[in-house]
Design a protein around this ligand. Sequence first.
Ligand code: AMP
Length: 221
Amino acid sequence: MLNVILLGPPGAGKGTQAKTLSERTDLAHVASGDLFRAALREGTELGMLAKSYMDRGELVPDEVVIRMILERIQRPDCANGVIFDGFPRTRDQATALEAALVDKHQSKIAAVLYLDVPQDVLLRRIAGRQTCKTCGATYNIYYFPSHRPGICDACGGKLYQRSDDSIETAQHRLDVYFEQTMPLIEHYRLQGCLHEVDGRREISLVTEAMLIALSLNGTAK
Ligand code: AMP
């Protein structure tokens, strides 16, 4: 069992990389933001609660996120391991995850891949991001546009801009990241499991660097 955390600011490419890594290994992709957006589409109470924070670029309260993630990793698809995307984002979330893994006699965090990207690039990546309504695939109008504007290459679905990807909200999400999530870099560095990956490079090169860091480059699909 291999548990991996993708750490990095909004726009660093965590979602894109986690999706590919999950397809190329037998690890489940668990993305807290995707789970909230799915809950919102289903109109659940959790979705409505999360929306009120997401729209402002604030973090959803720790106890809500922690409960949701700990439930999610009980599902059978997580038996071989998990790629955590967007979780943990605070010290309390990190501590709760570590405690839960010990409690359930599951392997601890094997690696934390920290995607490093400079701030000016991040803002352009976030503000240019387009997401498919149907399959969740992401594009970028500056760096990685879909072939037909507004239409998903993968499934033909309609592309939209996440409401929290506007410049103002994106800037606030970055501030929240620097304040609340960045301390986790040091936390995991001290635990000896942090791998820094240069997230400015081409998508496929970043994936390869991550597979090498996980020693999965020989076995990945
Ligand atoms: P993401 O898709 O990872 O960019 O997350 C979108 C939004 O969902 C964030 O801006 C937060 O409002 C919320 N969110 C996602 N993951 C977490 C988390 N681990 N802790 C708190 N809020 C989260």
